[in-house]
Design a binder for this molecule. Sequence first.
Ligand code: TRP
Length: 436
Amino acid sequence: MSQKKPATLRVLTGITPSGTPHLGNYLGAIRPSVAASLSEDTESFYFLADYHALIKTGGNPERIQRSTLEIAASWLACGLDPERVTFYRQSDIPEIPELTWLLTCVTGKGILNRAHAYKAAVDKNTAAGGEPDDGVTAGLFMYPVLMGADILMFNAHKVPVGRDQVQHLEMARDMASSFNHLYGEHFVLPEAAIEESVATLPGLDGRKMSKSYDNTIPLFASRTELRRLIASIVTDSRAPGEPKDVEGSALFQIYQAFATPEETAALRRAYAEGIAWGDAKQQLFERVDRELTPLRERYEALMAEPAKIEATLLAGASKARRLATPFTQKLRHAVGLRRLGEAAGPAKAAKAAKVANASFKQYRETDGRFYFKLVDAQGRLLLQSHAHDTPRAAGEAIAALRVQADEAALHAAGTLADGGTVAVALAALRQLADAS
Ligand code: TRP
């Protein structure tokens, strides 16, 4: 399939693993994304943006690892089906930092100067009378380019994000058009998809639920903890029997986010009739707990087996790289990072065709032993096997490599060609598998 025009709508979004998921994340991102991923005509990509987490949470390795585990387990517990979507960890895709560099070279520095997060840091420094760039890492400055690479790598059409990320999407479109202009039409121009119907959820203190306000309800808090947190939601001082306002009531808004319209209407009446705050809190607790209990059970089971989640993420990465590896080859060719002697001009479907025609060649050396090579369509060597005593043993080694088709299998089978990469050899193996 062409990278540029997938048959279906491609939706992609990243989640930065820098904290523990809370109810706001669940309602604003996880629940709607899982629902959308079930639609027949979309192809969804969800990933843990751990390279991004280094920018926000640098110097806290345990936190990134823990958060990656918690967020992956949360999404899976909430019904994300890794068979159906492509669910991966950003740092398992080395093509992403590579594309970041290609995009860096077509991005105006002036555009990055205007990025909100960077500008906010500069404004703060300036207001405090300091140097504009005090405490600003080049990582923070480059954040939009890394995000552009995430999106453009998979030629996503739609990118569900919060309002604060819309500017990053505009920048990704800029990068895509600059690149296309210089090197030919490689990238789709992505669009931000803002979920208008999901109002921001208030937190315990009535402000937006957010880690930075420390007013969150963790998605998978225990029942006891959930009850305690709900009891601490701010209310006004109206006594039982006094009518209460739904307007501006955090408790009511959280209830509404979980409840059906009928349930919400009933609570609205109860407010008008003067329900006691304690009773309203009990209702909210029961409603939220009813939705979360089955998810919490799955979450706890998943958290008990991190190795399983790891395997799921690695499988997701290999699925993602089936696209990213050949596409990166095409981009490298387009910008001129080419094998010497390789034809100039547009890459055409060149790369795809080459790997599709990769093959194994078996032969006997003058030492009397049996070998094979994996070569691409041009006959360029990708992998040179170890020696085998019989042709049959060499044949079996080929079969084993075709079945296992991973990095370990490559190393077990032989030696990569000089300058060749595991990625290219694996892409060739996969294409061979797909073709047969
Ligand atoms: N920057 C996003 C956030 O903070 C996370 C993210 C990283 C992302 N890469 C992305 C979102 C690509 C969408 C697409 O929320």
